[in-house]
Design a protein around this ligand. Structure first.
Ligand code: OAD
Length: 227
């Protein structure tokens, strides 16, 4: 039977593609207030700013490419049963070739009506504006899970972590819950790896910390799990 590898990724995996992380120095949350652009309250207060923020993110995403870390994760599927759980709203795991991806915090290239009673539409890298509505006349919004909203995929993600032989945590500061709590669903005998250039607070025994950037860290991870 194939080994099951579950990957929990965050903004750090896309950093070497040129997308800023949130909490590093020079990160996005130094430039913007999270409560203005990434919370449901912010959307109700000033939806124009929120649309503009995600319009810019979409434009930027159209200019970047998956890096070697995304590609090495996709290649793990040749010999392993692999599930990627990502907090990222970019599509770089898909574009690198991963086939089973859970987007905990939504997807930049999709939109949905603000009452969430309608379809999810793929808009690629297009802009959306206030006044763009679905056929019922309901305003369309980014398909993003904002602070203050439920995380609909969290249970499915927890089930995947609970059945992993290997859990790889890569490029996340583990500051945001419930995503950060997923690692505690790992089996007692699961092998836990962490790839991050900084120390990250992981309260689990026997974590192998590969203290490196995502691309070079992934090379080392593959050497270690193939040995
Ligand atoms: P953070 O910005 O909080 O953390 C990024 C992590 O990536 C840090 O631990 C960095 O040390 C690490 N890092 C930086 N460069 C790296 C590199 N080249 N290779 C590997 N790691 C690197 O981002 P997240 O943990 O993903 O949610 O943030 C979680 C959530 O907070 C996001 O999904 C977003 C944000 O608010 C929403 O907006 C809802």
């Amino acid at each position: 039977m194939k080994r099951k590898i579950v990957i929990l990724s965050g903004a750090g995996i896309s950093a070497e593609s040129g997308i800023k992380t949130f909490r590093d120095s020079n990160g996005l949350w130094e430039e913007y207030r999270v409560e203005d652009v990434a919370s449901i309250d912010g959307w109700y207060r000033n939806p124009e700013i929120v649309q503009e923020f995600y319009n810019q993110r979409r434009v930027q995403l159209s200019t970047v490419e998956p890096n070697r870390a995304h590609k090495l994760i996709a290649q793990l599927e040749r010999d392993n049963d692999v599930v990627v759980i990502t907090q990222n709203v970019d599509n770089l795991h898909e574009r690198a070739g991963s086939s089973r991806i859970i987007h905990l915090h939504g997807e930049l290239t999709k939109i949905t009506p603000e009452d969430k009673n309608g379809d999810v539409y793929d808009i690629g890298y297009q802009q959306i504006k206030i006044g763009d509505c679905d056929s019922r006349g309901v305003q369309l919004r980014p398909y993003i899970v904002w602070f203050g909203e439920d995380v609909p995929e969290i249970n499915r993600a927890a089930e995947e972590v609970a059945t992993a032989d290997i859990l790889l945590i890569i490029g996340t500061s583990l500051n945001v819950y419930p995503a950060a709590g997923l690692i505690y669903y790992a089996k007692k005998d699961a092998q836990i790896y962490l790839i991050d250039p900084k120390d990250v607070n992981v309260q689990l025994a026997n974590v192998v910390h590969i203290k490196d950037k995502a691309t070079s860290g992934m090379e080392k991870f593959i050497e270690q799990v193939s040995a």
